[in-house]
Ligand binder design. Structure first.
Ligand code: ADP
Length: 371
């Protein structure tokens, strides 16, 4: 049964607010995106009111999920300071999803472990297009091959690529506890905003909305018991990334860079940012490190290979390995079965596995689940 916007508005009309008027009259609703039974919108309030509105957010989400035909609902609560009182770019952590109810007095006050998840690691890059997502999914698969229970969260809400990389357009269902059931592929739970919103759906993300959506993909998902959750971060080192690093208890960050100077400058910024929020850099990976001819296997260092290794040495962070620029890595990803899955005994899987082994050692392997 197709769901339309008027049904969503009708359901929201029954949701009361602290302002004494129905939610639909409180002038706090964003555009409501409805497609294929998936509903997404945000409630935008002033930062001072955020706490009082968390309950409204939960009730709004429940009301929408109760509409027959709705398969997924994601309601974000965004809280911004009014102009004048705004911190840099208006980004302010939203007062929600703090299981311990800790007030946001310190930058790390919002951090809370996700029940059942041992370690959360971020795969990040200073800029887009360096192969961060490709690396993230192949590393997740390699960690799985090393015997860990692994999940993958695509937090790159600006350009979610996990649905493409995993070849799945399935929609997450909702369980009895109102948690989204992640998509299962390759024996791993996967979550991405791309499973909820159509690629063509133009979403305008503002800082607080970004955080709210990511938090829900972390805490409102039935991840189950995992040793490691790999988070494919949004690229860059803006406020959104910084806030994410402050909000989620990250065991460490893996920085993906290409060998060029410009990419390395961005990678350096990434490392500095994680450093600032006390997230250890697990290491640097040089992607597209050298070109390997798919026909003759000849190797050429078209981008000046080795830059990331030198940079890692200079910054005194571990260097985890070099991944060649190879057609098989791209075509396998585009076909929805990353190279570690499609050629588990091939040379590329071996490279990713060697990197994953180092990461496993650094995060303490499966024992992390009880840490
Ligand atoms: P990012 O997440 O940094 O934006 P992606 O992982 O989406 O980057 O990769 C960008 C493009 O580069 C994709 O088409 C991907 O298939 C390709 N790619 C990534 N790594 C490699 C590699 N090592 N060899 C060949 N192609 C690659």
């Amino acid at each position: 049964m197709a769901v339309d916007k008027s049904q969503v508005l009708e359901a929201l009309r029954a949701v009361a607010t602290p302002r004494g008027v129905p939610l639909t009259d409180a002038k706090v609703l964003s555009e409501i995106a409805v497609s294929d039974g998936k509903v997404f919108f945000s409630i935008n309030v002033d930062a001072n009111e955020a706490r009082a509105w968390e309950d409204v957010r939960a009730r709004a989400e429940a009301a929408v999920r109760a509409i027959p035909g709705v398969v997924a609902a994601l309601v974000a609560l965004t809280a911004e300071r009014r102009a004048g009182a705004a911190p840099a770019q208006g980004v302010k952590p939203v007062a929600q999803h703090r299981p311990h109810g800790a007030p946001a007095t310190s930058p790390m006050a919002g951090q809370a472990p996700i029940p059942g998840i041992g370690s959360i690691i971020a795969v990040a890059s200073g800029k887009g297009g360096v192969g961060k997502s490709t690396t993230a999914i192949n590393l997740a698969l390699s960690l799985r091959d090393l015997g860990l229970r692994v999940g993958l969260l695509d937090a790159d809400i600006y350009g979610p690529s996990v649905p493409r990389l995993a070849g799945s357009r399935d929609k997450p269902a909702v369980d009895d506890h109102k948690k989204m059931i992640p998509i299962r592929r390759f024996g791993m739970p996967l979550m991405s905003i791309g499973f909820l919103v159509e690629e063509e759906t133009a979403m305008v993300w503002r800082g607080p909305m970004v955080m709210s959506a990511i938090r829900q993909m972390l805490w409102d998902v039935a991840w189950g018991e995992l040793d490691v959750l790999v988070v494919d971060m949004p690229p860059g080192t803006g406020d959104a990334q910084l806030t994410l690093a402050q909000q989620v208890p990250l065991k460490g960050a893996v920085i993906v860079s290409t060998p060029q100077d410009l990419a390395l400058i961005d990678a350096r910024r990434g490392i500095a940012m994680f450093d600032k929020v006390n997230v250890p850099t697990l290491g640097v990976i040089e992607n597209m490190s050298y070109f390997q001819c798919p026909h003759c296997g000849t190797r050429s260092d078209i981008f000046g290979h080795g830059g990331a290794r030198h940079e890692a040495e200079r910054l005194k962070v571990p260097f985890l390995g070099e991944i060649p620029l190879h057609m098989a890595i791209r075509t396998s990803s585009d076909a929805g079965t990353p190279v570690v899955e499609s050629e588990p005994n091939g040379p590329h899987a071996a490279i990713y596995r060697t990197i994953a082994e180092q990461i496993k050692t650094r995060i303490g392997g499966a024992s992390a689940a009880t840490a």
